[in-house]
Design a protein around this ligand. Structure first.
Ligand SMILES: NC(=O)C1=CN([C@@H]2O[C@H](COP(=O)(O)OP(=O)(O)OC[C@H]3O[C@@H](n4cnc5c(N)ncnc54)[C@H](O)[C@@H]3O)[C@@H](O)[C@H]2O)C=CC1
Ligand SMILES: O=C(O)CCC(=O)C(=O)O
Length: 447
């Protein structure tokens, strides 16, 4: 089996050798899915995984825009349309200086499996730009978004490809992008998700990724007769996912000790309660400040510049910032300090070494493609509401989200439970996600 996996990866590396994040994401899937394919005659000899690692379409384009001083800037825009076997391409847009084809291909590849796990009819895609919204005025962000959509609008549509937010793309950016699409195409449609409530958005979409990550962790904890009640929880990030993960942890009786951004982390041993979290939301979503400012407001807290929060002893860790933010050494520290559960809110935040350490220690570990699927699932619910031209209530959407996260957990158990009783959620998510897409691809023929 190892030879088969190596031969497959050699082929992937030959074509994508300069794309480390993409190769990392494919390797993890290959290690779990190739043995499964070998045991299931219908998939054998069809090169399905090889087809799945090649994007159906990779679009790259120039985005030229003018700043407040009249200077012209050029960024690169992308949309990776990875797989449409089970529905229109669906996945977020990331605006961050680190964006490149490798990062977006890894995200688009993960998205295919994640969207399949939600049980909703959504293919996988991802896009974005190396534009950095940090430090830009609202007007500059608007001009960039309008320029970006001028090209992107040719490639998307409610039945073709439906983008949404990701790092650096929140409610403000989705508004500007939607405005440009509507103007150019003269269509008011559900072409983006994460929209404002008065123009087609869904209740609970802002909360969904963070809430879903915590719902998934709660399902894992229940398998060991545990819960969030009274647990110390360490969270990285302070953006959309981290904020609502923290909120749900508080609802379930846990204590949130940390939040972070790319500058460092804050540790509040008294706990970040609802009032402090509201202050962080205002800091990040309105003032667009740095997390270091927390200690000016709450002097009993500590700020650790340039560091990640995994050194703070905890029962549960929720990485909610970015890829590869939790490495093998961080994992060992978490385990030494007694961490029993890691649920990924971000995409691929744990390195392969970290995942290996969690599996060796047999703690509860959920990969992002399962545990953070609540965001895209609720985007799927937004698409349904747009098509039906109705709006569901907060509790209707939240109940559906809970149901979907519970179903994803059950799928992971079905495909990931090992003979010794331990559930390998990575294996479970990869195989469960693969089966639905592979079956659709088989039915649709070689195309
Ligand atoms: N927004 C969504 O619905 C979904 C987001 N995700 C993933 O969750 C993660 C966070 O996304 P959002 O919260 O939406 O973005 P966001 O832009 O609202 O927040 C990103 C957070 O990550 C921090 N960050 C960025 N780079 C960092 C670095 N190098 N080191 C430490 N912190 C860093 C930022 O300071 C910020 O706190 C990403 O991995 C994203 O792909 C996954 C599923 C859905
Ligand atoms: O809601 C969506 O379509 C995008 C979510 C996303 O980008 C993700 O799941 O990583």
């Amino acid at each position: 089996m190892e030879a088969k996996i190596k031969a497959f990866m050699d082929e992937v590396k030959a074509r994508n050798g300069h794309e480390p994040e993409f190769i990392q994401a494919v390797q993890e899937v290959a290690e779990t899915v190739i043995p499964y394919i070998a045991q299931h005659e219908i998939y054998n000899g069809k090169n399905i995984l090889l087809r799945m690692v090649e994007p159906e379409r990779l679009i790259s384009f120039r985005v030229a825009w003018v700043d407040d001083d009249g200077e012209i800037h050029v960024n690169r825009g992308y949309r990776i349309q990875m797989n449409s076997a089970i529905g229109p391409y669906k996945g977020g847009l990331r605006f961050h200086p680190t964006v490149n084809a490798s990062v977006l291909k890894f995200l688009a590849f993960e998205q295919v499996f994640k969207n399949s796990l939600t049980t909703l009819p959504m293919g996988g895609g991802k896009g974005g730009s190396d534009f950095d919204p940090k430090g830009k005025s609202d007007d500059e962000v608007m001009r960039f978004c309008h320029a970006f959509m001028t090209e992107l609008c040719r490639h998307i549509g409610p039945n073709t490809d439906v983008p949404a937010g990701d790092i650096g793309v929140g409610a403000r950016e989705i508004g500007f992008l939607f405005g440009a699409y509507k103007k150019i195409r003269n269509e008011f449609t559900g072409v983006l998700t994460g929209k404002g409530l008065s123009w087609g958005g869904s209740l609970i979409r802002p909360e969904a990724t963070g809430y879903g990550t915590v719902y998934f962790a709660d399902s894992m904890l229940k398998t060991r007769d545990e819960s969030f009640e009274g647990k110390n929880v360490v969270i990285s990030g302070s953006g959309n996912v981290a904020q609502y993960a923290a909120e749900k942890v508080l609802h379930l009786g846990g204590k949130v000790l940390t939040l972070s951004d790319s500058g460092g982390y804050i540790y509040d041993k008294e706990g970040i309660d609802e009032e402090k979290l509201a202050w962080v939301m205002d800091l990040k979503n309105n003032k667009r400040g740095r997390i270091s400012e927390y200690v000016d407001q709450y002097p009993n807290a500590e700020y650790h510049k340039g560091k990640a929060p995994w050194e703070v002893p905890c029962d549960i860790a929720l990485p909610c910032a970015t890829q590869n933010e939790l490495n093998g050494d961080h994992a060992k520290t978490l385990l030494k300090n007694g961490c029993m559960c890691v649920s990924e809110g971000a995409n691929m935040p744990s390195t392969p070494e970290a995942i290996h350490a969690f599996h060796e220690a047999r703690i509860l570990f959920a990969p992002g493609k399962a545990s953070n699927a609540g965001g895209v699932a609720t985007s799927g619910l937004e698409m349904s509401q747009n098509s039906l031209r109705i709006s569901w209530t907060r509790s209707e959407v939240d109940d559906r989200l809970k149901g979907i996260m519970n179903d994803i957990h059950n799928s992971c158990i079905e495909y990931g439970k090992e003979d010794n009783g331990y559930c390998n959620y990575v294996k479970g998510a990869n195989i469960a996600g693969f089966v639905k897409v592979a079956d659709a691809m088989l039915a649709q023929g070689v195309i």
